[in-house]
Design a protein around this ligand. Structure first.
Ligand SMILES: NC(=O)c1ccc[n+]([C@@H]2O[C@H](COP(=O)([O-])OP(=O)(O)OC[C@H]3O[C@@H](n4cnc5c(N)ncnc54)[C@H](O)[C@@H]3O)[C@@H](O)[C@H]2O)c1
Length: 333
């Protein structure tokens, strides 16, 4: 994790980092898992500010979000501004797009502007892989993924970095061509057998780990029923309340989240019906062992809504690598 550089000279440039710049910094998925692990542990004991994201739908399938955080021990603050539009893939555009602004905490100077979709893509999958490392049942062999977009690709990579027992990846997409394209693109680059499921049910019922990555919507019509979830399954929702039915949530042995405050904030807006109890957040799980899996038949659901401190931890590391490697475009302010 990045730390305060108290001897840094006065900075009068902002470094702009596009996705190619960020790729060139070679921050690997396993390193991002480690950054998040460290941040969530530190968060249990240190002052880190992470208010719930501003998250507003501009239609059922389109949204804006803004996420701010700061952490003196990381040495930076960040603000991420993004849009989401489920129609964008059909336009050849990413569903999630935006920018992240990084500020040095000691001086308050803005130091970098980055492509946020790179960070969001990586850290979301890394957070799922971190949760899976801690809560998947022993010997978990099948990863099931609903939605075959960017997150499916990143989750395939991330899960294989933390779970060595995986053998198969079963995927489903409401648009079958996208599932077939996922298999065609990924099969030669993974040791897992990729299987395209013909329905959401046949995808979910196979999974020791089930990641739901359909579009987040204002008016959810969830499909995952209690009977679809096999004993020992770890479900990970990155699509808020889009996929898991309230009665399925109620049937879970444990319900976790990355941030209690953020989930409760969404409940105040009428979302996450059925989430009565959150047994632990990720910091509590890592530090105090609260809500650990106690046997291989427990069914666990983790709501990873994505938190601003994840972005901050990753952006700070990317920035420091960019400075060291003289990567990016300097813009004088
Ligand atoms: N929680 C977080 O931190 C976080 C971060 C990034 C993205 N997300 C969310 O994750 C989801 C996936 O993001 P992405 O970047 O991979 O999007 P994407 O557009 O690249 O992929 C989404 C895929 O889901 C498919 N799909 C649509 N409806 C479906 C359904 N009912 N069942 C199965 N598949 C369906 C689409 O055809 C598309 O291929 C989005 O909801 C996004 O908002 C969450």
């Amino acid at each position: 994790m990045s730390h305060i550089n108290t001897s840094s000279p006065k900075i009068d440039n902002i470094i702009c980092l596009n996705s190619s710049d960020l790729d060139s910094l070679r921050l690997g998925m396993s390193e991002i898992v480690d950054l998040l692990d460290q941040m969530f542990r530190q968060r249990a004991n240190e002052w880190m500010v992470n208010p719930p994201k501003i998250f507003e739908h501009r239609s059922d399938t389109r949204l804006y979000s803004s996420m701010v955080s700061f952490a003196p021990s990381i040495g930076y603050a960040s603000c991420k501004w993004q849009s989401g539009d489920a129609d964008n893939p059909a336009r050849g555009l990413p569903l999630i797009q935006g920018l992240l602004l990084l500020t040095e905490d000691q001086t308050g100077q803005p130091v970098a502007m980055m492509d946020s979709k790179w960070i969001t893509g990586e850290r979301t999958a890394a957070a799922s892989a971190l949760l899976a490392r801690e809560q998947a049942r022993k010997g978990a062999s099948t990863l099931s993924i609903l939605g075959c977009g960017l997150q499916a690709r990143k989750h395939l990579e991330a899960m294989t970095t933390t779970l060595t027992t995986l053998e198969r990846c079963v995927v489903y997409d409401i648009i079958p061509e996208r599932a077939k394209a996922f298999k065609a693109e990924k099969q030669d680059n993974t040791a897992l057998e990729i299987v395209v499921a013909s329905s959401a049910k046949s995808c979910v019922t196979e999974g020791d780990i089930v990641v739901s990555g359909a579009p987040i919507v204002e008016h959810p019509k969830p499909v995952i029923e209690p009977a679809w979830v096999k004993p020992g399954c770890l479900g990970i929702s990155i699509d808020y309340d889009a996929s898991w039915c309230p009665q399925t949530v109620a049937a879970m042995d444990l319900v976790l989240t990355d941030d209690r405050g953020q989930l409760r904030d969404e409940q105040r807006k009428g979302h996450f019906e059925g989430v009565d109890q959150i047994h632990a957040d990720l910091s509590e799980l890592l530090v105090s062992n609260r809500a650990r899996r106690s046997d291989d038949s427990q069914r666990i659901l983790g709501y990873n809504l994505g938190i601003a401190l994840e972005d901050l931890a990753v952006a700070a590391e990317l920035y420091q690598r960019a400075v060291a490697g003289r990567i990016g475009t300097r813009v004088k302010f």
